[in-house]
Design a protein around this ligand. Structure first.
Ligand SMILES: Nc1nc2c(c(=O)[nH]1)N[C@H]1C(S)=C(S)[C@@H](COP(=O)(O)OP(=O)(O)OC[C@H]3O[C@@H](n4cnc5c(N)ncnc54)[C@H](O)[C@@H]3O)O[C@H]1N2
Ligand code: MOO
Length: 399
């Protein structure tokens, strides 16, 4: 049995970057940029008025109080002529400021009379102009490889004339579930049967991080069927996650199948509760995560091990999704020594503190407990008594 930290290190060491792919900028939202983006243009491309007002040359104005309005320039137009001393153009927000003007005064600050304006509240020279190249100059590095693409970046890419960008291709992730007890969502539960939930939880978690789940049919407790399905999954998908058949029972075949096909087994047990019987293997350069069948164990193991790997494969090198914050225990409880325990809790923020309340039974079969929780506490293996007011690390789930 290896430690959580050690298991994560092995997984991340084996996780390779996905190939890159060009996608439309809207599709790129939330993914990691796989190219540097340089500005092809200067922004703004011209001196631009920041206000609806009047543009004039303060130095050349004969009398800075009264100006003759000689034209109207709206956004999208261009005033070519030279302004004579004492002349102004009426100008709209976003319109190019004539080359011979150096200042824009807002409409509210003048009194307009026929073709003239009288300045009532003077402004400083250079006011209300967004100068050419103030934001970006052609050739500037705008977005760097490795940046997570935000809506602002998408707008910026559009401003710069980039309809497509390169991202790390989201991996396809096979979701395999095993067990003779499982029936599908639309079936009645006859004696001894339960409905399959793990496929759906897995798909939802994979979707949430913008990878691509591929759901396979429920696999019965039949080693040959399991082997054929595992081989098919390796052939057609980039990553494989299975649930169930991971322990020491007579019908727990996942590890056996991986060994029989010649996969490289990296580890088979992690000191984590829930989620101990996790096998991590590599076959044809693809990664296989065999998770236990208990629904709470699936979520714990996915969040702690699978998610960091999938994210890293898509270029997200930050470890923010496994970082923890200190939480104060709201109500005490007892634990058995042994593996590091993940306790599902509800967190309340009081002042600067996060107070964690145990939600209910921590039985790894109970999905209800996870549904009622928004965080997990991570309690070190040697701790038996968790007392009200103690501080332990934890993290919010599904982030
Ligand atoms: N003698 C031992 N028995 C067990 C050990 C052990 O060390 N020695 N470990 C226990 C632990 S811890 C876990 S976790 C489980 C893991 O067992 P499996 O991975 O083989 O999972 P299953 O037996 O197939 O299922 C466990 C549990 O979860 C239910 N399940 C499975 N798949 C689904 C699904 N897709 N949707 C909903 N529910 C599912 C299944 O019916 C079982 O109740 O082993 C312990 N045993
Ligand atoms: O490791 Mo199991 O997932 O504790 O119940």
């Amino acid at each position: 049995m290896i430690s959580i930290q050690n298991a994560l290190e092995i997984i991340l060491e084996e996780t390779k970057l996905q190939p890159t792919q060009e996608v439309g900028i809207l599709e790129a939202s939330g993914y990691i940029l796989a190219q540097d983006i340089f500005s092809k243009d200067t922004l703004p491309p011209f001196n631009k008025s920041a206000m609806d007002g009047y543009a004039y040359n303060m130095d050349k104005a004969n009398d800075t109080k009264t100006l003759k309005v000689v034209a109207l320039v709206k956004a999208g137009d261009y005033y070519e002529k030279e302004l004579n001393p004492g002349e102004a153009v009426k100008i709209m927000t976003g319109a190019p400021v004539p080359a011979s003007a150096d200042t824009v005064i807002e409409i509210e600050k003048v009194k307009a009379e026929k073709d003239t304006i009288i300045i009532e509240s003077p402004v400083k020279k250079g006011s209300n102009i967004i100068f050419k190249g103030e934001e970006l100059v052609s050739g500037d590095l705008v977005l760097e490889t490795g940046k997570q693409i935000t809506p602002a970046d998408i707008g910026l890419l559009a401003s710069l004339g980039y309809p497509k960008v390169s991202i790390y291709k989201p991996p396809t992730v096979a979701c395999l579930v095993t067990g003779d007890e499982l029936v599908d969502i639309d079936q009645e539960i006859s004696k001894g049967k339960i409905r399959n939930c793990n496929t759906y939880t897995l798909e939802a978690m994979i979707n949430q991080i913008k990878a691509l789940p591929v759901a396979f049919d429920i696999i019965p407790d039949d080693k040959e069927v399991l082997k054929a399905t595992v081989l098919k999954a390796f052939e057609t998908c980039d990553f494989i996650v299975s649930t169930g058949g991971a322990s020491v029972g007579d019908f727990d075949f996942v590890l056996e199948v991986l060994e029989e096909i010649g996969a490289e087994i990296k580890f088979t047990k992690v000191a984590i509760k829930p989620g101990k019987p996790i096998t991590f293997a590599k076959y044809n350069n693809k990664l296989f995560f065999s998770l236990p069948g208990n629904p709470m164990s699936v979520i714990t193991a996915f969040e702690q091990f699978v998610k960091p790997s999938l994210r890293q494969s898509m270029g997200n090198m930050t470890m923010e999704h496994v970082e923890t914050i200190p939480m104060k225990i709201g109500d005490g409880f007892k634990l058995r020594k042994g593996r590091t325990k993940y306790i599902f809790v509800n967190v309340e923020k009081v002042g600067d503190e996060y107070i964690a309340y145990n939600t209910s039974s921590q039985c790894s079969n109970h999905l209800m407990t996870v549904s009622k929780s928004d965080a997990v506490l991570i309690i070190p293996e040697n701790i038996e008594d968790v007392n009200k007011g103690d501080i332990h690390n934890g993290r919010f789930i599904f982030k």
